[in-house]
Design a protein around this ligand. Sequence first.
Ligand code: MN
Length: 206
Amino acid sequence: MYLDAYFINAFAMKAYTEKRDFTKTPEPKGGKKKRTSKNPVFVIQKHAATNLHYDFRLEIDGTLKSWAVPKGPSTNPSDKRMAIPTEDHPLEYANFEGNIPEDQYGGGTVMIWDRGKFKNLKKNDAGERISLKESYDLGTIEVWLNGEKIKGGYALIKMKSGKMKGNWLLIKMDDSEADARRNPTNTQNKSVVSGRTMKEISTESK
Ligand code: MN
């Protein structure tokens, strides 16, 4: 069990490690063994790379499953936000805020735009809870996010056909936290960890 988890994690981290030169980027190396957490964490990182986007990451089985969301999360259940799957990131990445050198992979400023714990909501037709890993493999994830800016139920749905096959959609579920008028990606522009703006992060060494 322990060894399995180790090898799965090492394999999942391979793409992350291969893309980066850790003598040049301040991003975490990760790679330590991690166990499945009872209180998994999510993070949304605003990332001013070549194209500005929000990286949405969910802790699933000891790693951060990751998607790049160009428009970021919406609080309006009518919005379907494109979420492009990216390589798994180490759990330590949930603490990363800073500047990736311009000549490195993903070069640009990274802000911890929101962060918190989340709960798995997904059930099967019989009403039984499905694990996060199973949900991920099925391509239908349903979670309750307890962030500072983003709260409530969100669904991530993998598209299985058509031009966008393989991409996912991030959709606010229609619950008590749904709000069509809020626009947090426009109005809440500071780090939940440091209180800094993107500009402040980019000009300050950390
Ligand atoms: Mn990114």
